[in-house]
Design a protein around this ligand. Structure first.
Ligand code: UP5
Ligand code: MG
Length: 191
């Protein structure tokens, strides 16, 4: 199980808003464990498991994989890491996912939400798609990812805004400029 003084920050935002990029920066300055739900799922797909095969199809369609799958992967990675300050990147992506995580693990301390216009996210993902090899970085799947984000994931932001836990950060400027706002938010959370 996890240490009693575990702290969890959810890092959320649309596809291509810069969650992974900002988590990489946070890791350099703060002692924390960064777990990307998408990266854990891509590793599961790569393993060739039955669960991985099912996830592969859903991800190619820009749909959410069953919450039991992500929850298991996250729990396992959290415990194995031995850490106690976690950045959970790209999860929860729906209200029921937030509820299940918080009731079976613990409530999050705060949420960082990266706000980025769809045109900018699309531009970033299409550019990355030239070299990423990600099966979901193509125009058609990107459109589906945006739709899932609007319909299922945005309510999670509203839930945490209502709880006063959500820090909305504009993600349109350069990665370093965005990170200045991230640091300010994190220092406020820690204080
Ligand atoms: N970039 C970043 N910041 C920039 C900036 N400020 N200015 C200019 N460019 C910037 O960045 C994306 C690209 O933009 C990069 O090329 C970067 O250099 C550039 P990145 O940091 O990778 O953004 P991120 O928000 O992490 O984008 P990502 O593609 O990872 O977001 P998604 O949320 O779409 O992907 P994720 O891997 O989380 O999920 C993939 C799929 O897995 C989902 O669609 C879903 O099918 C499934 N999934 C679940 O079902 N459940 C989960 O819990 C998680 C995933
Ligand atoms: Mg990412």
């Amino acid at each position: 199980s996890l240490p009693a003084d575990t702290q969890i920050i959810f890092v959320l935002g649309g596809p291509g808003s810069g969650k992974g990029t900002q988590c990489d920066k946070i890791k350099r300055d703060y002692e924390c464990v960064h777990l990307s739900a998408g990266d854990l799922l891509r590793a599961e797909v790569k393993s060739g498991s039955v669960v991985g095969k099912k996830c592969e199809e859903l991800m190619k369609e820009g749909k959410l994989v069953p919450v039991a799958v992500t929850l298991n992967l996250l729990k396992k990675a959290m415990i194995e890491s031995g850490g106690k300050f976690f950045l959970i990147d790209g999860f929860p992506r729906a209200l029921d996912q937030a509820e299940q995580f918080e009731s079976s693990i613990m409530p999050c301390k705060a949420v960082l939400f990266f706000d980025c216009p769809e045109e900018e996210m699309e531009k970033r993902l299409l550019k990355r798609g030239e070299t990423s090899g990600r099966s979901d970085d193509n125009a058609e799947t990107i459109r589906k990812r945006f739709r899932t984000f609007l319909e299922q994931s945005l309510p999670v932001k509203d839930k945490y805004l209502a709880q006063g836990k959500c820090h909305v950060i504009s993600a349109v400027s350069t990665p370093d400029e965005v990170y200045e706002h991230v640091k300010r938010a994190l220092d406020g959370i820690a204080a």
